[in-house]
Ligand binder design. Sequence first.
Ligand SMILES: CC(C)(COP(=O)(O)OP(=O)(O)OC[C@H]1O[C@@H](n2cnc3c(N)ncnc32)[C@H](O)[C@@H]1OP(=O)(O)O)[C@@H](O)C(=O)NCCC(=O)NCCS
Length: 184
Amino acid sequence: MVNLLHGQLVRLVAANADKDAETMARWSRDSEFGRLLDTDPIMPSSPAQSKEDIRKWMENEDPTRFGFVMRALTDDTLLGFVGIGNISWTNGTGWASIGIGAREYWGKGYGTDAMRVLLRFAFTELNLLRVALNVFEYNPRAIKSYEKAGFKIEGCSRGVLNRDGKRYDAFEMGILRDEWERDA
Ligand SMILES: CC(C)(COP(=O)(O)OP(=O)(O)OC[C@H]1O[C@@H](n2cnc3c(N)ncnc32)[C@H](O)[C@@H]1OP(=O)(O)O)[C@@H](O)C(=O)NCCC(=O)NCCS
């Protein structure tokens, strides 16, 4: 039987507060990474704070959130995180998020592979019907990766982001389970 949480390049596992905190704190100091991920101001975290955050994240009992870290299948390197949140069980919908903090791994197929694994988990394990996400217009690598995983651009929030004196759009992208089943 196929391992639901293994892809071609990565596997999704629980974060380990003791082992992963230092690396994740390093990612939090990367302002480009932070600005690709979120609209909030970047906020660096210490290893101790990251350790605490990971512990809370993994102890999370919120049934509308499922979070993983991704590790390379070849040598177990910690690459990033991926998850589904804001699940509406009534409607069968959820929001995906992903970030590869190890930037030397950007653009090498790891993110698309991790997203494909997450979608399989969302559609076959959580039985969701739709997964959506937001992405900023200045992140073409992410947009391309999501399109490769099967997402379509569904809408645009114009000028929602204000950075360095310029306004930027954010796109909403989504994928429905029947589209995923057709293309899987
Ligand atoms: C977004 C992210 C998860 C994508 O994962 P990834 O492993 O880098 O992406 P992949 O290599 O699987 O796919 C990227 C695709 O975009 C293409 N690409 C890269 N840079 C590009 C650019 N500037 N313009 C257009 N396409 C680009 C790549 O060529 C590749 O397509 P291909 O396989 O057809 O050649 C990862 O880059 C990341 O975490 N970045 C930092 C944080 C972030 O942006 N998170 C997402 C927030 S919405």
